[in-house]
Write a protein that binds this ligand. Structure first.
Ligand code: NAP
Length: 484
């Protein structure tokens, strides 16, 4: 395959072999895929050093800011990442933003390779009228809000209305539904952000209506997550048996899909359950699409959702599509959470495929365009490599594939591979770097505040609070943890 020199944009022949050691690699993004990339690099050779760079002062990406606060078991994967972080060959550069503090081309002067691991920070659009009304939020923003992401603390989702609509039937839709339907007692011990716990305590939401555009057999949620919706303390689950009539077109697909089969069994169980008079209800509806969000009397806020009934149609490529039947109803709702998937974003100085929302690549080697030439010394892992699918563990095999490619390649010697070069550059720009030692002070402060409050941890939310905790744990142990 041809290779392009990223500086000159010239197509190269064979690259000269690495002449100095250790191999210096910058990984951009300290979420699961970044950590698995670092782990693979460490396991692959001794003479390597890895700098993990993240724009947030905190590591662990979506484990901290995406995984639901009531799924602490999943979050325990951070112990593995901590092991990686404790390796002397790894450094963490938190609070360093590519483009603002340092450019990719500048990093390339100091590293043999750069691995992009920055995930898919955006969200997909629904493409229906009214989508931008107040009260229509992306689930990705809502998730970041309840998880205490510093950039989303001001969201203020409108929770006063009685009905919320969740669009999409993936695991994120299940997460946001569960958080809306759980009681404070069920959430209180978790590490949900304090502002979210308070807002949800006052929530007026009584009915959460989840809409799947295709049938139940095509739903993306996994069975364990689906089951959880039937185990909520104060929410009944409502499934209409009419929705469980599997379209003949879907039957063939189910025959080979164990998850779909299990999901259907669980849904059938839900449909046969009588309502028990709990205070809230979760309605799972299928073959239903929102076709318009209608404003209330203010003209600016969501007041209702027009929902169209769909049927399943087989596309020429064999995939199953939802097609509107024209049968419509209008449902009064004050909050709409669009949970139709994350989307990757472009990073300055890095190729990006607008159509697919990923960095074009072949087995993790960055290409200058989809189907184009390899950009030497640039690699990609995780959601920004393959799109926003898969569970946390999926990123491990994904990172191994990329790092295997990196090890195969002859990499160019950087201009200045001194380990202190990045520190010097960032210091000259006045960037306040959070390293692992400083992060561990934040971590300890949050855990200590959690112990005092009888919770897993009390998250510090604002960047200012995080930066203060990074400098001094003592002040926070005195009881001033933000939000307490
Ligand atoms: P997802 O699994 O891709 O689900 C997206 C959902 O949105 C699908 O139901 C999809 O329906 C629907 N959708 C897309 N466009 C739509 C439109 N225009 N109108 C209506 N519906 C539309 O994505 P996700 O829920 O964001 O999750 C991302 C990844 O993270 C997944 O791999 C997920 O399993 C993982 N995750 C895992 C956990 C966990 O393990 N507990 C928790 C959260 C997330 P179609 O199928 O018809 O396209």
């Amino acid at each position: 395959m041809r290779a392009v020199d990223p500086d000159t944009c010239m197509v190269q022949g064979a690259m000269p072999p690495l002449s100095s050691s250790p191999l210096a690699v910058a990984v951009i993004g300290a979420g699961p895929s970044g950590f698995y990339a670092a782990e693979s690099l460490l396991k692959g050779r001794d003479d390597v050093r890895v700098d993990l760079i993240d724009r947030l002062p905190t590591p662990f990406g979506l484990v901290r800011y995406g995984v639901a606060p009531d799924h602490q078991k999943i979050k325990s994967v951070t112990r593995l990442y901590e092991r990686t972080a404790s390796d002397p060959r790894v450094r963490f550069y938190g609070n360093v933003e590519i483009g603002r503090d340092v450019r990719v081309e500048e990093l390339a002067r100091h590293y043999h390779a750069i691995v992009f691991a920055y995930g898919a920070p955006g969200d997909r659009r629904l493409g229906v009228p009214g989508e931008d009304l107040a009260g229509s939020l992306s689930a990705t923003d809502f998730v970041a809000w309840y998880n205490g992401h510093p950039d989303h603390a001001e969201l203020e989702p409108p929770l006063a209305g009685a009905t919320a609509v969740v669009v999409g039937v993936g695991n994120v839709a299940v997460d946001v539904t569960r958080i809306l339907a759980k009681t404070n007692r069920e959430l209180a011990a978790s590490d949900i952000a304090d502002h979210a716990l308070t807002a949800l305590e006052d929530s007026g939401v009584r009915d959460v209506v989840v809409l799947g555009r295709r049938g139940p057999a095509e739903a993306k949620f996994t069975t364990k997550e689906l089951r959880e919706l039937g185990e909520l303390a104060d929410a009944d689950i409502v499934v209409d048996e009419r929705d469980l009539d599997v379209a003949p077109e879907s039957l063939a697909a189910i025959a080979t899909d164990a998850v779909a089969k299990k999901n259907l069994e669980v849904l059938a169980g839900f449909a046969s359950r009588p309502l028990t008079g709990k205070g809230r209800r979760v309605h799972l509806r299928f073959l239903s699409s929102p076709v318009e969000l209608v404003p209330d009397a203010s003209g600016t806020r969501v007041g209702s959702v027009v929902i169209e009934r769909n049927r399943i149609e087989v596309r020429p490529d064999g995939s199953l599509a939802a097609v509107g039947t024209g049968e419509r109803e209008e449902l009064s709702a004050q909050l709409v959470l669009r949970s139709v998937g994350y989307r990757g974003a472009a990073m300055p100085g890095v190729p990006f495929d607008e159509r697919t929302g990923v960095i074009p690549n072949e087995r993790g080697r960055v290409l200058d365009a989809a189907g184009g030439a390899v950009v030497s010394g640039r690699y990609v892992v995780g959601w920004i490599k393959r799109g926003p699918t898969g569970v946390i563990g999926t990123n491990k095999a994904d990172a191994m594939e990329t790092i295997a490619a990196l090890f195969e390649d002859g990499l160019r010697e950087p201009e200045d591979a001194r380990p202190e070069a990045l520190d010097e550059l960032l210091r000259s720009r006045g960037v306040e770097v959070i390293d692992f030692e400083r992060w561990s002070r934040i971590d300890r402060a949050e855990l200590a505040a959690g112990v005092r409050a009888g919770r897993v941890r009390v998250k510090l939310v604002s960047r200012a609070a995080l930066m203060t905790a990074a400098e001094s744990i003592d002040a926070l142990e005195g009881g001033s943890a933000e939000g307490r």
